[in-house]
Design a protein around this ligand. Structure first.
Ligand SMILES: Cc1ncc(COP(=O)(O)O)c(C=O)c1O
Length: 392
């Protein structure tokens, strides 16, 4: 064989031995082949397990899918190229062969709100928003819209409200609707399937990845939803690449360690800032006076209320901008869940597409800064937040 030919094939045609790698490698291969066409045909026809083409399945992404299904306590998961691709996949799969109507929480992540308002609604899908912490409002919306599905987040973004998942899921079930829960803010802390969810979504860009170095998403679901999800996943094509799957998988291995630290640090930030003179209002699910304290006590482990905190800084938008600009350790970022503590002004970033009135109705004030408390030493986080507030 000529060098040009051997260079294309050398090293690639090894069969894996009977060893097991400690960590799943990055299978950077778009397709997979077998000794015979018959074997490939059997894999295509699901008569034997295997891989064919990475949009249909890839060993690196399948390993992550198994890991996240285990995390959520369900039968399987589908990895996507971003959290938004996961939201889209879950919505599309849920609407297959069902009524084209959705009841959604009114305080979702801005991208999810935009997907519902600016993409799905104009394409003919009826979308009604309501406050999922007001069960009468949910009942009313469901009665009027007869939705195929309800969608909410475990901890709403950015106001950190916590809906009673059990009660919302009862309403969904009584009306033959599916219940989709975005668990991005609370992996390990909340188990939506134990509270009636039908599908669970993650932006793995956040706590699952955990290191601020990857965009990824997942939809986890019991077996009865797999056919619809598989079909939509293959056709929509928003699959996760193998290297990104490797990064998220590595992140999930340390999730329990990181979540403990995020929660403990956030609790201490809450204690330190709750009576600070430059803070007009503090939003934290661990606050005993939180409007949803009952749901928090039921859904989250004691003393672990997540890593996100909202602080309403005195002085409105100007006060919030000054505070954020003075931060030295804390990074200004539109993300959450990194090891680094992050700060964001939602009304000029993630929720800027809402009108001023809509933001005011939802409690997204001009002075609100969302903090994602990282894993640094608490003394350094507090010192940075205090110096930025004290200059106010
Ligand atoms: C709760 C929630 N869901 C979904 C998304 C979308 O995730 P991604 O940015 O990975 O597409 C985000 C992003 O911030 C989010 O906060």
């Amino acid at each position: 064989m000529k060098t040009q030919t051997t260079l294309v094939h050398a090293g690639d045609r090894r069969k894996l031995g009977d060893y097991i790698p400690v960590s799943t490698p990055v299978y950077a291969s778009s397709s997979f082949f077998y000794d015979t066409m018959e074997e490939l045909a059997d894999v295509f026809a699901d008569r034997r397990p295997g891989e064919t083409y990475s949009r249909m399945g890839n060993p690196s992404t399948s390993a992550l899918e198994e890991q996240v299904a285990t995390l959520e306590g369900t039968d399987g998961a589908f990895a996507t190229a971003s959290g938004m691709a996961a939201v889209h996949l879950a919505l599309m799969a849920s609407l297959l062969d069902r009524r084209q109507s959705i009841v959604a929480a009114n305080v979702l992540y801005g991208g999810s709100l935009e997907l519902l308002r600016s993409v799905l609604r104009p394409s003919g899908i009826e979308v009604r928003f309501c406050d999922f912490c007001d069960l009468d409002a949910v009942e009313r919306a469901v009665r009027e819209v007869r939705p195929a599905l309800l969608i909410t987040e475990t901890v709403s973004n950015p106001c950190l409200r916590v809906a009673d998942l059990d009660r919302v899921s009862e309403i969904a079930k009584a009306n033959d609707a599916l219940f989709l829960v975005d668990n991005t803010f609370t992996p390990l802390l909340m188990k939506p399937f134990e509270h009636g969810a039908d599908l669970v979504i993650h932006s793995a860009t956040k706590y699952l990845g955990g290191h601020g170095d990857v965009l990824a998403g997942l939809v986890a679901a019991p077996r009865r939803h797999h056919e619809a999800l598989r079909q939509a996943h293959r056709c929509l094509g928003g699959n996760l690449g193998p290297f990104e799957a490797f990064l998220v998988m590595r992140g999930v291995k340390t999730l329990s360690l990181r979540m403990r630290r995020h929660c403990a640090n956030a609790q201490m930030v809450y204690e330190a800032l709750k009576d600070h003179p430059a803070v007009e209002r503090i939003l934290f699910p661990g606050d005993p006076m939180h409007p949803d304290a009952e749901a928090v006590a039921k859904l989250m482990p004691p003393g672990q209320a997540g890593g996100a905190i909202g602080v309403d800084v005195r002085g409105g938008e100007e006060g919030a901008y000054d505070f954020v600009d003075r931060l030295k350790l804390v990074a200004t970022s539109a993300s959450i869940g990194d090891l680094t503590t992050l700060a964001l002004h939602p009304s000029s970033a993630t929720h800027r597409m809402l009108s001023a009135e809509a933001r005011a109705d939802l409690g997204i004030t001009d002075g609100l800064v969302r903090l994602s408390i990282g894993a640094e030493h608490i003394a350094d986080i507090l010192a940075d937040l205090r110096q930025a507030l004290e200059a106010a």
